[in-house]
Design a protein around this ligand. Structure first.
Ligand code: GZL
Length: 335
């Protein structure tokens, strides 16, 4: 929740706002036809988490291109992974009286105050990608995004196949590279993975070390290096996204070990670089998390603007890939 100091700062920010959010980077060029006074063109205010990973870049491209395709007036801001920047951006969209606000919340908590301000101004809010924790379900209309808990379950289940294919014998000592602390995908992927572990692998699998790498390559590289210092007998890495896995691979190789062989790797996202690493034998399996939400989002925004009913959760469709599928799949990967 926002404390009094933050709230006052934000209030001052809103008073002065008029246009750009105080700290976030807002794209100057809005896409689609000009909002102007014309009521027929939809003006959408979108606050993006940041640009921390290949997944995020693909997600941003999808939102921007779909808004352009739909002829919407898109106001877009990059929060550089800071919640206060997202809150400022949302407040500036409220001040600009956009038709709909959409955002991917960097973390699950701390949104009630600003979402209540949007509600007070009758501006509907659509969540994309990540969800929020709130007791007031009226604060957003719908979530367009993946089931992260299921992604965690799928990661554990595909690890079973990876271990079998590798002919692994003995204890499974897992290092877990967690996503951004407090973010829905980090919380829920860990939860889903643990569900399968507790149900089917109480005696043979153990997460020996787990820490956030903040969804970035640099984070994955740094934390994996520390993991290898403290737990040299790690034989599996579960990374909450490909970017951290790719960073970790650099540290694994620097330690003189073979990623994909000495340390089996399962990751989530399915970005092109993840598929390249898989085709090189360095990642053993990837659970896809589809970032191409733009078209679904624009369709929902139009329905919401027109007051039409929408489902509470519009889930994205995604698959799972083993290493031997990587080469064939690469040419058709869209992100
Ligand atoms: C998942 C998304 C996550 C990706 C990461 O939907 O929120 O954030 O898995 C990204 O790559 O940083």
């Amino acid at each position: 929740m926002l404390n009094r100091r933050n709230f006052l700062t934000a209030a001052v920010g809103v008073a002065a706002a008029g246009g750009l959010a105080a700290c976030a980077k807002e794209d100057k060029a809005s896409t689609g036809t000009s909002g102007g006074g014309g009521s027929k063109t939809i003006t959408l205010g979108f606050s993006q988490v940041g640009s921390e990973s290949g997944w995020r870049s693909a997600n941003t491209d999808s939102v921007k291109s779909a808004a352009k395709e739909a002829g919407y007036n898109l106001k877009f801001s990059d929060a550089q992974q800071k919640q206060e920047n997202q809150i400022s951006a949302i407040r500036s969209y409220i001040a600009q009286k956009v038709d709909v606000i959409a955002f991917s919340p960097v973390v699950v908590t701390g949104w009630d105050a600003v979402l209540k301000e949007a509600k007070a101004k009758n501006i509907p809010v659509v969540l994309t990608d990540r969800s929020v924790e709130t007791s007031d379900q009226s604060l957003y209309v719908t979530l367009v995004g993946s089931d992260f808990t299921d992604e965690g379950r799928r990661a554990a289940k595909i690890l079973e196949k990876v271990l079998e294919k590798a002919g692994h014998k003995g204890a499974v000592k897992i290092a877990q590279l967690e996503g951004t602390t407090g973010a829905a995908p980090a919380i829920e992927r860990a939860k889903g993975f643990k569900e399968v572990m507790d149900a089917s692998h109480k005696d043979d699998w153990k997460i020996v070390v787990s820490q956030t790498g903040d969804f970035t390559r640099a984070g994955g590289k740094q934390v994996m290096a520390a993991f290898l210092q403290s737990n040299p007998d790690i034989n599996v890495l579960f990374a909450h996204n490909d970017d951290m896995a790719i960073g970790a691979i650099q540290s694994i190789e620097a330690a003189g070990k073979k990623p994909g062989k000495d340390i089996l790797i399962v990751s989530i996202d399915g970005v092109k670089d993840g598929f390249v690493a898989m085709s090189e034998g360095k990642i053993n399996a990837i659970v896809e998390c589809n970032p191409l939400l733009g078209p679904q989002l624009m369709d929902v925004v139009k329905k919401v603007k027109n007051g039409e009913p929408v489902e509470r959760w519009i889930k994205t469709k995604e698959g799972d890939f083993m290493q031997d599928q990587a080469k064939a799949a690469l040419p058709s990967r869209k992100y």
